[in-house]
Design a protein around this ligand. Structure first.
Ligand SMILES: Nc1ncnc2c1ncn2[C@@H]1O[C@H](COP(=O)(O)OP(=O)(O)OP(=O)(O)O)[C@@H](O)[C@H]1O
Ligand SMILES: Nc1ncnc2c1ncn2[C@@H]1O[C@H](COP(=O)(O)OP(=O)(O)OP(=O)(O)O)[C@@H](O)[C@H]1O
Ligand SMILES: [Mg+2]
Ligand SMILES: [Mg+2]
Lengths: 165, 165, 165, 165
């Protein structure tokens, strides 16, 4: 059950639609500071159901919508779609590919879709139940997280184990 | 719940010494649950001894040694609870050349069970990747994806020159 | 005491916009004292706008942008209150190639009034140094100083080979 | 008033005496992870009077004394000497060079010397009064400090200004 594709539009600095296709193996993202590499990580966390704006480096969830530059106006919604290869059948959907989409409008309205059909956040969570996918803190290591784990006191470190357990 | 945590903890403990020894080329590492507390509350203490050294506490280790220790712990958790994919954002930043190699060799060890997305500024890490995506911002504030070949990176072409290629 | 702080604050504020614009090649930055609090108690808020971008808060900036912003602030403090020497331990770790250059050029700007000691793993930073000292551990746990020439570093000789040279 | 020389023996990983001579300009320290580069920074902070073991990455001050390896026994004291060029006469001592020495014995006894004459910690502090030298937090930027300053809340950041004021 590996990642096939990530599509993002209106999410943070992705004012123009961006598509990444993934192979098995190691994919490296490179580029200058501030260009959007960590925003890709945020997009994956977000589409999988991240509820904490702070963990996406924002103050409120609307901060993930492209808020304009000196040359471009802000956009009105953010949308990310993550597509998985399901040849192994691990995801309980009987489809060879499974895509999850999340949309957030500036009005605050929010939508989730599985294979383009509207659903609830809870359905996304149940879909990935027991697969090791989710906003699980041990398989997504954000920039600065290693330092944070080192400085965490011994009680905070438990979270890493609790998520894995 | 208590036994599930205990089980996970014991598994991670076992793998931690292995991943640590592999990343450090020797030495030993251990995990301890704080004494006198309920298993569901106790903090987790890390013991790490790089080869030939006798550090009295993890705090005295160097920045790079602490990072390698935490990477070993994360891979140990990953070994006990595999996930389909793992995202690592700039974990190699504080590492010297030979530690970057050992980190990347460990990533390759895990490829049979997981797909990896890594974000890096490090040329050696880029050379280990199967696919390289460049993310740049020819227009300020708007991310753009570009194809990158490792040869362009090696020649030290600045990202905006690669973008025009 | 209150006026001394206010004076220092105003001086740093002025220099901060200058150092920021120099490190970012444009944009603007500012410092604000929290309102409604005594000058001796109020927290300090950082406003940072890289060229062409409109970030709503410093938290949304990238790892490298945040680092460059803080480096600008440190140099602004240094400009207001020069010290005979300044020690920088691996501040360039999250920076891309062009930001490493701009950081090193700023260090050279300050050389007329201060001496700099920098610790780095970055070859570009090494090329800007006037003197290079290598510190290695041929015997585990015991530091040893070795002379290094930049040519050895450039050829990517591992440190232990350089040590034998 | 620039640094001329740093001599360290028995301090952390400096089990064999280490001497560094400094020129005006930029001196870069390079080398593999864990070899002693940041220990040089700790040595400078310590000889200038640092009282917090935690800020030297230890639990107690005795942690700065070389505590042995699998091949060497621990040492009984740590000693660091920092020598300044005083041609400008900024240091009120009428000597062309001024050296400060600090010694700590495992018994807990501690000594300070200025130009090899025993003195008190307070004399060292008064010597550097108003020169911008001291354990001032804005001219010694330890590994990880930039990240800490970024994550500090607005009130903690004041410390940077208060030290400069
Ligand atoms: N809602 C938003 N609208 C527009 N731009 C945004 C938004 N949120 C974040 N950004 C921009 O995205 C940029 C940060 O991108 P990101 O963190 O992905 O950089 P990066 O490539 O990881 O860089 P680094 O190498 O420094 O870590 C910032 O400049 C920020 O202003
Ligand atoms: N009291 C002590 N006795 C012996 N060794 C010590 C003592 N205190 C610290 N060390 C050792 O010093 C080493 C750390 O050195 P230091 O932090 O200077 O490394 P570094 O060169 O800065 O590495 P990095 O590039 O990873 O930051 C550790 O391996 C630690 O075990
Ligand atoms: Mg980033
Ligand atoms: Mg260090």
């Amino acid at each position: 059950m590996h990642l096939k594709r990530l599509e993002a539009f209106g999410f943070k600095s992705f004012a123009d639609k961006l598509v990444f296709d993934f192979e098995r193996g190691v994919t490296a993202f490179v580029g200058p500071n501030g260009c959007g590499k960590s925003n890709v990580v945020d997009a994956v966390k977000w589409v999988l159901g991240e509820q904490s704006a702070k963990s996406l480096r924002g103050d409120e969830m609307a901060d993930v919508i492209f808020n304009g530059t000196s040359q471009r106006r802000p956009l009105n919604f953010a949308e990310v779609t993550l597509t998985f290869d399901n040849a192994s059948g691990k995801l309980p959907l009987g489809a060879p590919e499974v895509s999850v989409t999340r949309r957030l409008y500036r009005s605050g309205e929010s939508e989730y879709l599985i294979n383009k059909a509207l659903c609830r956040l809870r359905d996304v969570r149940e879909l990935f139940w027991d697969t090791g996918v989710g906003t699980s803190s041990y398989s997504i290591i954000e920039q600065g997280r290693v330092v944070a784990l080192l400085e965490a006191n011994s009680k905070d470190r438990r979270i890493l184990f609790e998520e894995a357990a | 719940c208590r036994s599930l945590f205990q089980e996970t903890f014991e598994a991670v403990k076992l793998h931690f010494n292995e991943t640590f020894r592999k990343l450090f080329g020797g030495g030993k590492a251990d995990l301890l649950l704080e004494e006198g507390e309920d298993v569901l509350e106790a903090g987790i203490e890390i013991i790490a001894r790089p080869p030939g050294k006798e550090p009295r506490s993890v705090s005295l280790l160097s920045g790079g040694e602490k990072t390698m220790t935490m990477i070993a712990l994360l891979f140990a958790v990953f070994r006990s609870r595999p996930a389909p994919f793992c995202i690592l954002d700039e974990v190699d930043a504080p590492l010297d050349e030979s530690n970057v190699d050992r980190f990347n060799l460990m990533v390759r060890d895990f490829l049979d069970q997981s797909q990896f997305l890594v974000i890096t500024h490090n040329k050696s890490t880029m050379s280990y990747a199967d696919v390289l995506y460049g993310i740049t911002m020819p227009e300020p504030g708007v991310s753009k994806r570009i194809a990158i070949r490792f040869e362009d990176v090696e020649k030290h072409l600045p990202m905006d020159e690669i973008a025009r290629a």
